[in-house]
Design a protein around this ligand. Sequence first.
Ligand code: NAD
Ligand code: WQD
Length: 338
Amino acid sequence: MKILVTGGLGYIGSHTVVELHLAGHDIVILDNLSNSMINVHQVLEKICGRSLPFYEADIMDDKGLREVFEKESGIDGIIHFAAKKSVSESLDFPVMYYENNIKGLINVMRMVEDYKVPYFVFSSSCTVYGEPDNVPVTESTPTTSSPTPYGNSKLWAELMITEFTKLTPHVKSVLLRYFNPVGAHESALIGELPRGVPSNLMPFITQTAAGWREQLSIFGQDYNTPDGTCIRDFIHVVDLAKAHVISLDYARDNDFRTEIFNVGTGNGHSVSEVVESFERSTGVKLNYRFAPRRQGDVEKIWADTTKVTQVLGWKPEYSLDDMSRTAWKWQLTLGDKP
Ligand code: NAD
Ligand code: WQD
């Protein structure tokens, strides 16, 4: 199949490009480089050993987007990663989030409509569950509005895609609710590139271990969890990338309108367990302290993965230690603090 990957030079997008290549798909990459580097394109061509068409284009620019579809006829599927993803930034710049994550999505849906694209895979998030009453969460756990524009953008996007798909018989959509993606490709040629001070746990850990940051603060030790720290479902980015490829196969081979899948490992790990895993798997001692809770943090969430394993036939292969190890291997390629 010929697959357009929006945001294909970003963290999850770049890993997915590699998995699409391994599965034998034709790939077209689109990215506006707002949160990625152009050299990732060359690196992807090196990993894949073939040239990969790339368009520096913005999904908010409907004319530029249409040009890509005019040049690349016969797109069978779109994996739509392109979005802004910082929860805290979305509180400072809500309109920027509505524009990228909602207006951008509408422009992409317009292309699905006009160019009769058959398959659409969307990056959603476990953030749509908010603070769940029960864990693990299934796809039927109620979704809830978020205190942040980022979180709401995922909820609204899911609603729009579901309605649009219902009314547009030629397209099938898959909404993947990611839990906490971490780690990097084994080659350490691609990985996560946070700009500025990371707000996510794993990049903060690796940057602290590398001496870019002085100390990791573990936010909250008084949660109602076995060790008092928050619990998340960390998933290796390569496993997550593979779920996209399998989603496309599923969409090609099955009759449905929109399907939603949790993409996590099904295992909850506490923040302290992640720190222990990092130290154990890398042999590097981490400088950390316990600090007050971070406002807005969910206490505990992890995925019920029954649906994704039974229906898609996907299952994760990487352990938490693999996630720590590959994240560290990637960090070591980044050299001194920029
Ligand atoms: P990322 O920022 O690394 O990748 C997104 C890519 O999209 C970047 O390369 C960026 O330059 C590009 N982009 C952003 N706005 C664009 C626009 N208007 N036009 C064209 N390109 C644009 O983020 P990621 O971690 O790879 O996340 C990918 C998707 O997964 C996002 O939709 C994100 O919301 C979602 N998601 C991420 C996480 C996570 O923790 N990383 C969790 C759940 C969901
Ligand atoms: C994980 C845990 C922190 C940093 C966010 C978004 C969510 C989703 C994934 C996209 C929490 C703790 C963190 C640090 C810490 N993204 N932590 N010290 O909060 O689950 O989710 O990213 O959709 O929408 O909200 O991920 O990595 O920020 O935090 O103690 O320096 O690590 O308090 O308990 P989170 P995270």
